[in-house]
Design a protein around this ligand. Structure first.
Ligand SMILES: Nc1ncnc2c1ncn2[C@@H]1O[C@H](COP(=O)(O)OP(=O)(O)OP(=O)(O)O)[C@@H](O)[C@H]1O
Length: 273
């Protein structure tokens, strides 16, 4: 009894209520905390990611760009916090993920076409549905290579094209792209960049893109999310509203150049801090 009477007195601290993001928010991140080996990478990190937009994540080396999208995509567990998609949890949300290393992303024992159709089969779609979706994807990606080949028989660009098709096959609500162009040559980078923009203009799929290349990050983005060094915070969020489709001419337009310059200034400020 005395243990109960003399026990610690807890103040009546209200538990913080979940603060939803502004209208148009797709992904709400609240109180996200992640430590690696006892060191904080993210601590009490909040972010709202808008719906039907492409958000490019940019920041100093090792600040946690990949870890951030991997935590949102559920590939890396978080220590604490909450991540909701339109108020739903990840398990009720359809997502797609494109890896930097396309060579390890595809099942080598499956033909390319079966790799692409795999998520549809996993969803239990009928053969007719799978065939219809595959035809749509092949047409929209203007595929000129033989999808009956095994992934290792294709060029790097063809493999990355196939892995983007696979990620898009089930019409995800969110597409995550971790350095999707970094292992590609320039010609293939341009091709895939245009394809992604076309898909985005047609479907409005929310996309989160990690890129080391500032030009590429800005070119595709509606919003550039600039991060600080770790423990990582939002340095700034810049809106970039140039009309789509963006083209090679966009790269020399005054608004694009100004956006790139401003992003670079913020990036350098954070690197030197
Ligand atoms: N499994 C892990 N164990 C320990 N530390 C890790 C682990 N994964 C990532 N880190 C560390 O967390 C930090 C963020 O890594 P992450 O790869 O997310 O950064 P990034 O910004 O994407 O990096 P880069 O710019 O080099 O691509 C780095 O310091 C990294 O060393």
């Amino acid at each position: 009894m005395s243990a109960v009477l003399n026990g610690p007195v807890y103040a009546d601290v209200p538990t913080p209520t979940f603060q939803p993001g502004p209208a148009g928010t797709h992904i709400t991140i609240r109180g996200l905390t992640k430590y690696f080996a006892g060191w904080p990478l993210y601590e009490n990190f909040d972010l709202d990611i808008p719906k039907h937009k492409i958000v490019s994540v940019f920041g100093p080396n090792g600040c946690g760009k990949s870890t951030l999208i991997n935590m949102i995509a559920g590939l890396i567990p978080i220590d604490s916090g909450e991540i909701l998609f339109d108020g739903k949890s990840l398990k009720d949300t359809k997502i797609g993920y494109v890896f930097q290393n396309y060579r390890e992303a595809m099942f080598p024992w499956m033909r390319t076409i079966d790799n692409i159709a795999y998520p549809l089969k996993l969803e239990g779609r009928s053969k007719a549905e799978v065939d219809r979706r595959m035809e749509e994807l092949v047409a929209s990606f203007d595929v000129k290579f033989d999808l009956k080949r095994y992934p290792y028989e294709l060029s790097g660009g063809q493999q990355q094209t196939a892995s983007i098709m696979r990620a898009l096959a089930p019409n995800p609500e969110v597409l995550f792209l971790d350095e999707p162009f970094s292992a590609l040559d320039f010609e293939m980078t341009l091709f895939i960049r245009e394809k992604l923009q076309e898909v985005f203009m047609k479907t409005g799929t929310t996309m989160l893109l990690v890129s080391h290349d500032l030009e590429e990050a800005v070119y595709l983005a509606d919003q550039v999310l600039l991060l600080t060094k770790r423990p990582t915070k939002v340095a700034e969020i810049l809106d970039y509203g140039d009309a789509r489709p963006r083209t090679l001419e966009t790269l020399s337009s005054a608004s694009f150049v100004a956006m790139k310059k401003l992003s670079l200034e913020i990036f350098q400020r954070e690197v030197r801090r």
